[in-house]
Design a protein around this ligand. Structure first.
Ligand code: FAD
Length: 390
């Protein structure tokens, strides 16, 4: 394999031997157990439960969690490895199904849940026996988290939930839902929200509808409805009224993960396109002999490498306990836009075949589109960076 970005070797001063080992394991799993079957999952609109359980068995769903729950107790950089390799699978719908479970949803249970809640659920979460979703976004509030309208009214030993959640990944098939709602309406907006754990089957909670998407076809996305849904007060995640801060904290992890996934996707697209360019001939020459094309792909490879190093650096800052909000926002803004630019160029270099449903790059282009939206839009990320520039 070639060296550097086009060869897909993730070299960084931040990775050690255990990261390399994990990378090799995930890559083998992707090649043997995801790629051969994932086209069917795209048609089914979901990743089968057995696959998630298998990932649990292999230790991929508890990379950062304690050994007592079956976790591997690794660091944020290990999560970067998982996300990058899943992105590299070319099936981002599978990647996001897994990464929402491991790094965007279950973290609320792990960070905020009581010991009793964690003892009850975390081992199943790490084993892939219970799948987790996180519901922050609503029909009327996405970027503006303080604009959430779902309420959680305290009544005796319960909270009574009313409202709707929108665009929730794993929404149809999850078992556990970490839901943001207003518990303290009289407080100022940042002190109003709490996170609550809602089990599938709780009366008053139902999936409104499964949503039909441009890409990420194997990831299930749903609207959730809560109508006088009574949740035990013991299911409170974190302190009452502190949900906004929990969401903001977890966004840091989420955005690193989405950035790493985007880097993996972009890397795979470049490799696929390089293959195509060496084989496809026009006017008697392979496309790779055209300097205009070669240079454009080379520059994209350089930018993907820059994105990778930024992701690693931000992840390393997090492992050191350093506030990396600015760098993480840069990761999300930069990688979310870059993966789209890479897909646009790579599809273009495939010519008509790039537009055909049967080509990998066509699916990857559709999948990439949401990367500048989900988990924090580019515009909102740029505001976060700008706020910290002066
Ligand atoms: C496939 C998919 C899966 C998702 N999964 C989940 C999930 O599992 N859980 C969950 O809670 N959410 C999830 N989301 C929601 C996602 O995080 C939101 O869509 C995203 O945060 C944007 O919110 P919005 O869609 O309401 O857009 P809006 O906030 O309405 O923004 C619309 C546009 O306006 C721009 N904009 C907004 N405010 C400003 C501003 N101040 N200045 C300049 N521009 C601005 C935005 O950048 C965007 O371009 C998912 C979304 C998708 C599409």
């Amino acid at each position: 394999m070639n060296e550097g970005a086009a060869g897909g070797e993730a070299r960084s001063v931040y990775f050690g031997e255990e990261h390399a080992l994990l990378r090799a394991q995930v890559r083998r799993f992707v090649d043997e157990e995801i790629k051969p079957q994932a086209l069917q999952w795209e048609l089914d609109g979901m990743v089968p439960r057995e696959v998630l359980r298998r990932m649990g068995e292999l230790g991929f769903l508890g990379i950062r969690y304690p050994a007592q729950y079956g976790g591997a107790e690794m660091d944020t950089l290990a999560t970067v490895v998982l996300a990058e390799e899943l992105g590299r699978s070319t099936f981002s719908g599978v990647a996001i199904t897994v990464l929402v479970h491991t790094d965007m949803a279950s973290v609320h249970l792990f960070n905020g849940g009581s010991q009793a809640l964690k003892d009850r659920f975390m081992a199943d979460v790490v084993a892939g026996r219970k799948i987790v979703a996180v519901g922050v976004t609503e029909p009327g509030a996405g970027s503006d988290v303080k604009g959430i309208r779902t309420t959680a009214r305290r009544d005796g030993d319960s909270y009574v939930l009313n409202g709707a959640k929108m665009f929730i990944t794993n929404g149809v098939h999850a078992d556990l839902y970490c839901i943001a709602a207003i518990s303290n309406p009289d407080k100022r907006p940042s002190q109003r929200l709490s996170m609550l754990l809602v089990e599938k089957g709780t009366p008053g909670f139902r999936v409104g509808r499964a949503l039909d998407k441009q890409g990420w076809r194997s990831s299930d996305t749903a609207e959730l409805l809560f109508e006088d849904c009574r949740v035990p007060a013991a299911n409170l995640l974190g302190e009452e009224g502190q949900g906004f801060y929990a969401i903001m904290r977890n966004f840091q992890n989420e955005r690193i993960v989405i950035g790493a996934m985007a880097v993996g996707e972009a890397q795979a697209a470049i490799e696929i396109t390089l293959d195509w360019l060496t084989q496809r001939r026009t006017f008697g020459e392979p496309l790779w002999s055209r300097q205009a094309i070669r240079h454009r792909l080379a520059m994209l490879a350089a930018r993907v490498e820059a994105g990778r190093q930024l992701v690693c650096h931000a992840a390393w800052l997090v492992t050191q306990g350093i506030d990396a909000t600015k760098e993480v926002s840069m990761v999300k803004a930069y990688c979310g836009e870059l993966v789209n630019e890479v897909m646009y160029a790579c599809l273009q270099f495939h010519g008509g075949m790039g537009y055909m449903r049967e080509s990998t790059i066509e699916r990857m282009s559709r999948d990439a589109r949401v990367q500048s939206i989900g988990g924090g839009t580019t515009e909102v990320m740029l505001e976060e960076i700008a706020k910290r520039m002066r």
